[in-house]
Design a protein around this ligand. Structure first.
Ligand code: NAD
Ligand code: MG
Length: 406
């Protein structure tokens, strides 16, 4: 029996994780679930999954949840704040932690799980983007097991040799090919991009995801963050990672070997596949995802990314080639600008502008501890707010929970 904490259980990845887990009650037990402030969503999950702990970051929301839990006679203990997240990420009897909080808000709790030596299912790519070296150190020195949930990285993980130890050349790998759908605005002109709405940006053609990552997919910043994530997960240099546009989102990524073999992982664009793979590895379990009918797909297409219309991808490559502070600045400015875009206070094309400003105006700092990363994050947030002429917002919340996907 595997005992699980799901950080960010009320979000898109969290809901998909609970869906897979509930298909295998004999294998998995949910010890803790967490959300930001959405009482109804976490309460319903408590009733259904009966965890020992539930955390809502916002204290007022946590108090209401505790009353509702007591009202129906459940024994779930309700915690609040960042402290509550860290507590459930490190519970001694928990084997596996799903890190599915969005943004750098997930960094401390995800890091705590790594330090506690957990089997860590990583959806929160922002942890690796912002604290890559420190984070990977914590994983190694505490013997944590890191399993990628991002569909591309999970695909690469599946097609690399099973004993892959972080050296691409040694394993005969020439390149990693990350596929990208191109998002909902793949064919729009630069002029058209300036006028797109948050609703249009959040209507991804293939994937149902949280609002922040949906906007990131539309700007292609998501792929940029994934290039940086791939560097840390697989020990790949910038020139060994290539992005290929693949609008159908069926090929989730590929690895090219020196003998010319290209191995890919295919499947429906449904996060339950990578989640089930990581939950059960090295075994395989049913995820609820239907069979892939190749003949029905008829064709799969591929193209090169257009850096002029989607500058965020190039900014991420620039950040990857610069010092350790650059990806932090890029991520922070992006979080601020996406938040502002979703709230109607910035245009879609302002996102790349804010990121460019943060990258060029930040001070270069050594990132030896988590606190160094958080200081660099705060500096870049201030630069992005000044560039967009918006007030600084306290905290790093990415806002409301998504509606349950299924
Ligand atoms: P989401 O917005 O649907 O859910 C985010 C979760 O984080 C929710 O439970 C929310 O309550 C919680 N949260 C938000 N702000 C918080 C804060 N300040 N403190 C604590 N908790 C907070 O996001 P998602 O789409 O599920 O994505 C989660 C992570 O997984 C992101 O890092 C994303 O990049 C990554 N990811 C998602 C998908 C996907 O299909 N959705 C795919 C690959 C990677
Ligand atoms: Mg992805």
């Amino acid at each position: 029996m595997q005992t699980l904490t799901i950080l960010g259980s009320t979000g898109s990845v969290g809901v998909n994780t609970l869906d897979v887990v509930s298909r295998h009650a004999e294998r998995f037990r949910v010890a803790a679930i967490t959300g930001h402030s959405h009482v109804d969503a976490l309460f319903e999950q408590c009733v259904r999954h009966r965890p020992e702990f539930a955390v809502l970051v916002q204290p007022g929301a946590a108090r209401i949840l505790a009353q509702r839990i007591a009202g129906v006679g459940l024994s779930t203990r309700v915690l609040s704040g960042e402290q509550g997240l860290t507590e459930v990420a490190t519970l001694p009897h928990v084997d596996t932690v799903m890190a599915a909080i969005v943004g750098i808000a997930g960094l401390r709790s995800t890091f705590a799980a790594a330090r506690a030596g957990k089997r860590l299912l990583l959806a929160n790519k922002e942890s690796l983007v912002t604290a890559g070296a420190v984070f990977m150190d914590a994983v190694r020195s505490n013997h944590a097991t890191l399993l990628p949930i991002d569909s591309e990285h999970n695909a690469i993980f599946q097609v690399l040799p099973h004993d892959y130890a972080g050296d691409l050349a040694k394993s005969g790998v020439r390149r990693i090919l990350l596929t990208a759908s191109g998002g909902p605005f793949r064919t729009l002109s630069l002029n058209e991009l300036a006028g797109v709405t948050p609703e249009a940006a959040c209507s991804h053609p293939n994937w149902i995801m949280g609002r922040k990552i949906s906007v990131d997919s539309a700007t292609m910043m998501n792929k940029g963050l994934e290039v940086i994530e791939a560097q840390w997960l697989f020990g790949a240099a910038a020139h060994q990672i290539e992005v290929v546009i693949h609008p159908e989102s069926i090929v989730h990524s590929l690895v090219e070997y020196v003998d010319g073999s290209v191995l890919a992982q295919l499947g429906h664009p449904d996060m339950r596949t990578p989640i089930a793979q990581a939950l059960a590895a090295p075994e395989r379990i049913d995820s609820g995802v239907p069979a892939l009918e190749l003949a029905q797909l008829a064709q799969l297409t591929f193209a090169r990314p257009d850096h002029a219309r989607f500058p965020c991808l190039g900014l991420a490559y620039d950040a990857l080639r610069a010092d350790a502070g650059a990806p932090i600045a890029l991520n922070a400015a992006n979080e601020v600008a996406v938040d502002a875009f979703l709230a109607g206070r910035a245009r879609f094309t302002d996102i790349a502008r804010a990121c460019t400003a943060a990258l060029s105006r930040r001070s270069v700092a050594r990132i030896a501890h988590l606190d160094d990363a958080l200081a660099a994050d705060a500096e870049a947030r201030a630069i992005a707010c000044a560039e967009l002429d918006i007030p600084m917002r306290p905290g790093v919340s990415m806002g409301e929970d998504v509606e349950a996907v299924r």
